[in-house]
Design a protein around this ligand. Structure first.
Ligand code: ZN
Length: 163
Protein backbone atom coordinates (compact mmCIF):
# COMPACT_ATOMS: atom_id res chain seq x y z
CA UNK A 1 0.00 0.00 0.00
CA UNK A 2 1.10 3.52 -0.61
CA UNK A 3 -0.07 6.99 0.19
CA UNK A 4 -1.01 8.83 -2.99
CA UNK A 5 -0.90 12.62 -3.35
CA UNK A 6 -4.32 14.26 -2.96
CA UNK A 7 -5.33 16.50 -5.85
CA UNK A 8 -6.59 19.94 -4.90
CA UNK A 9 -8.58 22.60 -6.73
CA UNK A 10 -8.26 23.71 -9.49
CA UNK A 11 -6.88 20.33 -10.68
CA UNK A 12 -9.09 19.44 -13.69
CA UNK A 13 -9.32 15.76 -12.69
CA UNK A 14 -11.61 16.85 -9.84
CA UNK A 15 -14.09 18.08 -12.46
CA UNK A 16 -14.12 14.89 -14.53
CA UNK A 17 -17.08 12.58 -14.47
CA UNK A 18 -15.49 9.31 -13.38
CA UNK A 19 -16.00 6.18 -15.49
CA UNK A 20 -17.71 3.06 -14.26
CA UNK A 21 -15.43 0.20 -13.28
CA UNK A 22 -16.02 -2.72 -15.66
CA UNK A 23 -13.64 -5.28 -14.15
CA UNK A 24 -12.65 -5.38 -10.51
CA UNK A 25 -9.13 -6.72 -10.82
CA UNK A 26 -5.84 -6.43 -8.98
CA UNK A 27 -5.34 -2.86 -10.11
CA UNK A 28 -8.65 -1.85 -8.49
CA UNK A 29 -7.72 -3.67 -5.28
CA UNK A 30 -4.41 -1.84 -5.31
CA UNK A 31 -6.20 1.49 -5.86
CA UNK A 32 -8.66 0.79 -3.01
CA UNK A 33 -5.84 -0.19 -0.62
CA UNK A 34 -3.90 2.96 -1.47
CA UNK A 35 -7.01 5.11 -1.08
CA UNK A 36 -7.71 3.66 2.40
CA UNK A 37 -4.12 4.29 3.43
CA UNK A 38 -4.20 7.82 2.02
CA UNK A 39 -7.53 8.63 3.72
CA UNK A 40 -6.21 7.39 7.09
CA UNK A 41 -2.94 9.31 6.69
CA UNK A 42 -4.88 12.58 6.59
CA UNK A 43 -7.60 11.48 9.06
CA UNK A 44 -10.26 11.81 6.37
CA UNK A 45 -13.77 10.38 6.58
CA UNK A 46 -13.91 9.61 2.86
CA UNK A 47 -11.93 9.70 -0.35
CA UNK A 48 -12.95 9.39 -3.98
CA UNK A 49 -10.64 8.01 -6.67
CA UNK A 50 -10.73 11.29 -8.59
CA UNK A 51 -9.07 12.90 -5.56
CA UNK A 52 -5.98 10.77 -6.18
CA UNK A 53 -6.14 11.48 -9.91
CA UNK A 54 -7.95 8.30 -11.01
CA UNK A 55 -11.25 9.05 -12.83
CA UNK A 56 -12.98 5.77 -11.89
CA UNK A 57 -16.17 5.34 -9.84
CA UNK A 58 -14.52 4.14 -6.64
CA UNK A 59 -14.70 5.69 -3.18
CA UNK A 60 -13.88 4.71 0.39
CA UNK A 61 -15.53 5.94 3.59
CA UNK A 62 -14.51 5.39 7.18
CA UNK A 63 -16.66 6.85 9.91
CA UNK A 64 -14.68 6.93 13.17
CA UNK A 65 -15.26 3.70 15.10
CA UNK A 66 -16.89 1.91 12.14
CA UNK A 67 -15.61 -0.47 9.46
CA UNK A 68 -14.27 1.03 6.25
CA UNK A 69 -16.77 0.94 3.36
CA UNK A 70 -15.60 0.55 -0.23
CA UNK A 71 -18.12 1.58 -2.88
CA UNK A 72 -17.57 0.80 -6.56
CA UNK A 73 -20.01 2.18 -9.17
CA UNK A 74 -22.22 3.59 -6.39
CA UNK A 75 -25.71 4.89 -7.07
CA UNK A 76 -27.96 6.75 -4.66
CA UNK A 77 -31.29 4.89 -4.78
CA UNK A 78 -33.10 6.74 -2.01
CA UNK A 79 -32.80 10.06 -0.20
CA UNK A 80 -34.87 11.36 2.70
CA UNK A 81 -35.00 14.67 4.50
CA UNK A 82 -32.79 17.69 4.38
CA UNK A 83 -30.42 19.24 6.84
CA UNK A 84 -27.98 22.10 6.82
CA UNK A 85 -24.49 20.97 7.70
CA UNK A 86 -20.94 22.28 7.70
CA UNK A 87 -18.60 20.46 5.40
CA UNK A 88 -14.99 20.51 4.26
CA UNK A 89 -13.02 18.62 1.63
CA UNK A 90 -9.44 17.39 1.40
CA UNK A 91 -9.34 18.75 -2.16
CA UNK A 92 -10.41 22.24 -1.03
CA UNK A 93 -7.91 22.77 1.79
CA UNK A 94 -8.32 25.63 4.24
CA UNK A 95 -12.06 26.14 3.80
CA UNK A 96 -15.37 24.97 5.13
CA UNK A 97 -18.87 25.72 4.00
CA UNK A 98 -22.51 25.32 4.85
CA UNK A 99 -24.84 23.40 2.58
CA UNK A 100 -27.87 21.16 2.46
CA UNK A 101 -27.55 17.38 2.55
CA UNK A 102 -29.98 14.52 2.92
CA UNK A 103 -30.68 13.18 6.40
CA UNK A 104 -30.83 9.61 5.09
CA UNK A 105 -29.56 7.98 1.93
CA UNK A 106 -29.57 4.47 0.56
CA UNK A 107 -26.80 3.60 -1.88
CA UNK A 108 -26.33 0.56 -4.07
CA UNK A 109 -22.76 -0.31 -5.00
CA UNK A 110 -20.32 -3.13 -5.56
CA UNK A 111 -17.79 -4.04 -2.92
CA UNK A 112 -14.16 -4.81 -3.67
CA UNK A 113 -15.08 -8.40 -4.52
CA UNK A 114 -17.70 -7.33 -7.06
CA UNK A 115 -20.63 -8.24 -4.83
CA UNK A 116 -23.59 -5.87 -5.04
CA UNK A 117 -24.63 -4.48 -1.66
CA UNK A 118 -26.74 -1.68 -0.24
CA UNK A 119 -25.64 0.71 2.44
CA UNK A 120 -28.02 2.89 4.45
CA UNK A 121 -26.58 5.99 6.01
CA UNK A 122 -27.83 8.68 8.33
CA UNK A 123 -26.14 11.87 9.49
CA UNK A 124 -22.34 11.71 8.94
CA UNK A 125 -22.51 8.56 6.81
CA UNK A 126 -25.29 10.01 4.62
CA UNK A 127 -23.27 13.19 4.21
CA UNK A 128 -20.09 11.25 3.34
CA UNK A 129 -21.91 9.06 0.81
CA UNK A 130 -23.37 12.11 -0.94
CA UNK A 131 -20.05 13.98 -0.79
CA UNK A 132 -18.01 11.11 -2.27
CA UNK A 133 -20.56 10.22 -4.96
CA UNK A 134 -20.61 13.92 -5.92
CA UNK A 135 -16.84 13.72 -6.42
CA UNK A 136 -17.35 10.90 -8.91
CA UNK A 137 -19.60 13.24 -10.90
CA UNK A 138 -17.03 16.06 -10.78
CA UNK A 139 -19.08 17.97 -8.20
CA UNK A 140 -17.52 19.62 -5.14
CA UNK A 141 -19.37 20.71 -2.00
CA UNK A 142 -18.57 24.33 -2.84
CA UNK A 143 -20.92 23.93 -5.84
CA UNK A 144 -23.79 23.22 -3.46
CA UNK A 145 -23.48 26.20 -1.10
CA UNK A 146 -26.70 28.11 -0.61
CA UNK A 147 -24.78 31.29 -1.40
CA UNK A 148 -21.12 32.28 -1.88
CA UNK A 149 -21.04 33.81 1.63
CA UNK A 150 -21.58 30.33 3.08
CA UNK A 151 -17.89 29.52 2.60
CA UNK A 152 -15.29 30.37 5.22
CA UNK A 153 -11.56 30.36 5.17
CA UNK A 154 -10.32 28.48 8.21
CA UNK A 155 -8.25 30.59 10.55
CA UNK A 156 -4.72 29.28 10.78
CA UNK A 157 -3.34 28.65 14.22
CA UNK A 158 -0.31 30.65 15.30
CA UNK A 159 2.85 29.20 13.81
CA UNK A 160 1.08 27.50 10.90
CA UNK A 161 1.95 28.65 7.45
CA UNK A 162 -0.26 28.65 4.46
CA UNK A 163 1.14 26.88 1.42
ZN1 ZN B 1 -14.18 15.87 -0.86
Amino acid sequence: MAIRPIRVVPDPVLRQKAKRVTTIDGSIHHLVDDMIETMRAVSGVGLAATQVGVPLRVAVIEIPGEDVITIINPEVIERQGECIITEACLSVPGYQGELKRSVFVKVKAKDRYGKVFRVRGEELLAQALEHEIDHLDGVLYVDRLESPEKLWKLVLKAGEEED
